[in-house]
Design a protein around this ligand. Structure first.
Ligand code: AMP
Length: 287
């Protein structure tokens, strides 16, 4: 008979208890992976990196209401706490921090973190509250958990840039680790939001990764005009009915400033609304 070897993950919802546990890890390296739950292999690649590098790993599951706009998908954001706990337990995570909204934002909450410039570009244009909400919750979670190492996915490239700026500008004693984007076998970037796509919408969603692949191929053939690349990407995505392009950005991977020509290391990032989901994807190219 197979022996049950997995250790039980500790579920914590109070800030005081979370602080106590973190303090009890004193002297060991502590890794932290913030998530909004409905975990997939993309999240788990962050978790695996933390488990590999750190003595203890804490994962938070918190759907942060302050990073959603009024007409966004907060109410339909997918969740499966039991499934998530099972995955994290199997992986060997020590603690899951799962606070509720009132714990994180008690009545009278009035302090926010604002990262300038990079938050105004790409997703910042159509989601004006998003990065303020992200930076605020991330700093709160860092202060509660006190990790030395934190793990973020390149799937959310701009979010990573914001977290790096926050850590640098506010002198946080934390190493930010970048984890590569994980895709489904057919190319679709893994995302909790894929759950909300119908089978037809999911097929249409493949146009995002196809358009990025097309841009890569064109660059390999010598095309470097950002306008020309953007137009071919638009064609591929718009060929699928019901897709609504929010932006296609061809920009510097650090400053996120738009480029007119692909020269040197370049980020191609896009956001597209398909049915109920707004999906993002990106890749790095070199000329
Ligand atoms: P979320 O639960 O969507 O807020 O994501 C939590 C963390 O997982 C973030 O750092 C994301 O960038 C990362 N993540 C989400 N999807 C992927 C993916 N497909 N590949 C790599 N990292 C991901």
């Amino acid at each position: 008979m197979a022996t049950e070897l997995r250790q039980q993950v500790r579920m914590v919802s109070s800030i005081d208890e979370m602080r106590k546990i973190s303090k009890s890890f004193h002297g060991a390296t502590l890794g932290f992976v913030p998530t909004m739950g409905y975990l997939h292999d993309g999240h788990m690649s962050l978790v695996k990196q933390s488990l590999k590098l750190c003595d203890h790993t804490i994962v938070s599951i918190f759907v942060n209401p302050r990073q959603f706009g009024p007409n966004e998908d907060l109410d339909v954001y997918p969740h499966d706490l039991e499934g998530d706990i099972e995955k994290l337990e199997m992986a060997g995570v020590d603690v899951v921090f799962h606070p509720n909204s009132k714990t994180i934002y008690p009545d009278g909450f009035k302090t926010h973190v604002q990262v300038d410039e990079i938050t105004q570009r790409l997703c910042g244009n159509s989601r004006p509250r998003f990065f303020k909400g992200v930076a605020t919750v991330v700093l709160k979670l860092f202060n509660i958990i006190r990790p030395q190492h934190v793990f973020f996915g390149e799937k959310d490239w701009q979010q990573l840039a914001v977290v790096e700026a926050l850590v640098r500008d506010l002198n946080l004693d934390i190493s930010v680790h970048r984890v590569p984007l994980v895709r489904e076998p057919d190319g679709l970037a893994m995302s909790s939001r894929n759950r909300n796509l119908s089978p037809e919408e999911r097929t249409k969603a493949l146009s995002l990764s196809k358009s990025l692949q097309n841009a890569k191929d064109q660059i390999r053939q010598g095309i470097t005009s950002a306008n020309q690349l953007r137009e071919s990407m638009k064609k591929i995505i718009s060929a699928e009915s019901g897709t609504q392009i929010d932006y296609i950005s061809i920009c510097d991977p650090t400053s996120l400033q738009e480029k007119e020509v692909v020269k040197g290391r370049t980020l191609i990032a896009l956001a597209v609304k398909i049915g109920p989901a707004r999906l993002i994807d990106n890749c790095i190219v070199e000329d």
